[in-house]
Design a protein around this ligand. Structure first.
Ligand SMILES: *Cc1c(COP(=O)(O)O)cnc(C)c1O
Length: 392
């Protein structure tokens, strides 16, 4: 297989999520590896999609997306963030955040341009940058006072004359970190000083806890004009299988990204666009309920993991808890993740796979808590037996 794959994409074999999900199925383990919810989105939104299919919304929508969805996105960003985007020229619907990220990087980066990413990073970033022939520069998030944080000096040092963009993901997968105002300000200052584009992956924009607000980088002074802001319905409305996302950016960026996007997929599926347009306008109350429920699930999983002996990092947002395995006598997360099905009948993802410098994440595994309470309870019950395991 590898001999026919272009050279630059070797090394991007099967994603760890597919591997761990297959392991869970094969061993009958509880899968807290992959971050997808095991319950559905708002019922009225699901009906809208079915109605759209039944009522003839089955042909190509316009390339930039259906006006209903672009208008709903613009209204949402105005209401929530005070950001105004022209739905006719500054909003583009994509096939999930994944296509938005890939099309943006392909549209804005010349071969050899550098893109800064914070590691651990979502796996599609590295692949998108490589597809573009661009080069990634990583800035490491490290455990610091119960959360994962970066050193602004390291960020500054990562910028070179070839740096084109910074890819920012807050709330952050896989650490659950929500960047503070200070951290966002450091990124914004650097973007302006060095004339960089900010590409912001905000798929967890609605999933922050304990009253921690989500602050889009584009709301900081001087940033709207240089930010491509990316969202998705997948996480917000618990429909990760719908692959419906969007970007908001100044018109010249949207035109550039659309130029690439039209030859990747041309447009995104019509029924989901109509349903998501409805949900953005009418179902944010449901999303508030989801947020509450996820905060309780976080506490349920974090409490259970702590009781089982893990060192637990309680996230401020997302679906994920980082667990330090050293208090249990283990040292390597990849090795533990491979053995965990046999030791405890649970699947987690080793955090080190999200790094270019895996050492920084070696002693961590990631557990997802976007699961039914009884699934979380069963998993932590099983993990409670780990302490008795000889770690040899
Ligand atoms: C889930 C996820 C995505 C992918 O979103 P889609 O809309 O399914 O393409 C992108 N970025 C992060 C950080 C994610 O967790």
């Amino acid at each position: 297989m590898d001999d026919v794959l272009v050279e630059r994409m070797r090394g991007f074999g099967t994603t760890v999520f597919a591997e761990m999900t297959a392991l869970a199925v094969r061993t009958g383990s509880i899968n807290l590896g992959q971050g997808f919810p095991d319950t559905d989105g708002p019922p009225a939104m699901l009906r809208r999609a079915a109605d759209a299919i039944a009522h003839g919304h089955n042909q190509y929508p316009p390339g930039p997306g259906l006006p209903e969805l672009r208008q709903a996105v613009a209204a949402h960003h105005q209401d929530h963030y005070g950001l105004s985007y022209d739905p006719g020229a500054e909003v583009l619907v994509t096939v999930g955040a994944t296509e938005a990220i890939a099309a943006t990087v392909l549209a804005l980066c010349e071969p050899g341009d550098e893109v800064i990413v914070f590691e651990p990073y979502y796996d599609s970033y590295a692949a998108a940058i490589t597809l573009a022939g661009a080069v990634r520069r990583t800035v490491t998030l490290r455990p610091d006072g119960g959360r994962f944080a970066f050193d602004p000096t390291e960020l500054r040092a990562a910028v070179t004359p070839r740096t084109r963009a910074v890819l920012v993901n807050s709330p952050h997968n896989p650490t659950g970190t929500v960047f503070t105002g200070e951290e966002l300000a450091a990124i914004a200052a650097l973007c302006q000083e060095r004339d960089l584009v900010a590409i912001t992956d905000e798929v967890y924009e609605h999933l922050t806890f304990d009253g921690v607000p989500h602050v889009p980088l584009a709301t900081l002074p001087g940033m709207r004009e240089r930010t491509v802001m990316i969202s998705s319905a997948g996480k917000t409305f618990s429909v990760t299988g719908w692959k419906t996302g969007w970007i908001c950016a100044p018109a010249r960026y949207v035109r550039a990204v659309q130029t690439v996007k039209q030859f990747l997929t041309f447009t995104a599926a019509a029924p989901w666009q109509l349903a998501v347009a409805y949900a953005l306008r009418e179902e944010l109350g449901w999303v508030a309920g989801l947020r509450e429920s996820l905060a309780a699930k976080r506490d349920r999983l974090a409490g259970g993991l702590a009781a089982a002996g893990f060192g637990v990092y309680r996230p401020a947002g997302t679906y994920f808890v980082q667990a330090d395995i050293r208090p249990l006598g283990f040292t390597d997360g990849a090795e533990l993740a491979r053995r965990l099905p046999e030791l405890a009948g649970v699947v987690a993802v080793p955090t080190q796979v999200f790094y270019d410098h895996p050492e920084a994440g070696r002693s961590f595994v990631r557990f997802a808590f976007c699961k039914r309470d009884e699934v979380i309870d069963e998993a932590v019950g099983r993990l409670a037996g780990l302490r008795a395991t000889p770690t040899g």
